[in-house]
Design a protein around this ligand. Sequence first.
Ligand code: ATP
Ligand code: MG
Length: 219
Amino acid sequence: MGSVHALRAEGLSFSYPGLELFKGLDLELAAGEVRAVLGPSGSGKTTLVHLLAGILPIPEGRLWWGDMEVSRLGEEALARLRRERVGLVFQHHYLLDELDALENVLVPGMIAGRPDPERARALLARVGLGEHLQQRPDTLSGGERQRVAVARALYARPQVVLADEPTGALDRKNAGRVRDLLLELAQENGAAVLLATHDEALVRGWPAWWIEDGRLVGG
Ligand SMILES: Nc1ncnc2c1ncn2[C@@H]1O[C@H](COP(=O)(O)OP(=O)(O)OP(=O)(O)O)[C@@H](O)[C@H]1O
Ligand SMILES: [Mg+2]
């Protein structure tokens, strides 16, 4: 048997009406592997991350998280498996405004029926927000909000971490800090990390794929 990949896609095709974005795209990431997906605005980075997260239905092709093929799962099973295996950092952080920082990190645990406030506190301390647990997102700075989003994504110790422009709204120094925290926390769990960005400087030195002609090129 070959090694089991943390994330694998085979023959993914996807179009919006009148716009073909992916055509037979293949991708594999091993546990612990870290990669960037690069492409200019509009090239399909967010769409690809949402396909790989099972948020957008896959019309054609196959997708695996670890040993589980997820492209044929029903909505409920897919959502449960995503909570267990995938950590997502969205281009727009999508924190819940009515909840404070600690509660936002705890949301995945509450949905799963296993909230672990100690873990949430420890993660927020790791990202430098130990003194901000009770602040709501609208009272946090942009960089602080992104760090809460990183803590939330890593809360369940996912095997796959998908980050879509996780530092898009930040200055260079804070962007580097959030990137490093994401990597550090993900690698503690041996997660595979895919970070999509238009910003080559952010991922300098990383192995990278480019979105080109509906596929990923480079390596
Ligand atoms: N729901 C939708 N319906 C139709 N077209 C869409 C939809 N969502 C995105 N698109 C189009 O698909 C293309 C890819 O969008 P996507 O958001 O994936 O790009 P991106 O690489 O993430 O861009 P950015 O760097 O600006 O975030 C764009 O041309 C966009 O206008
Ligand atoms: Mg995008």
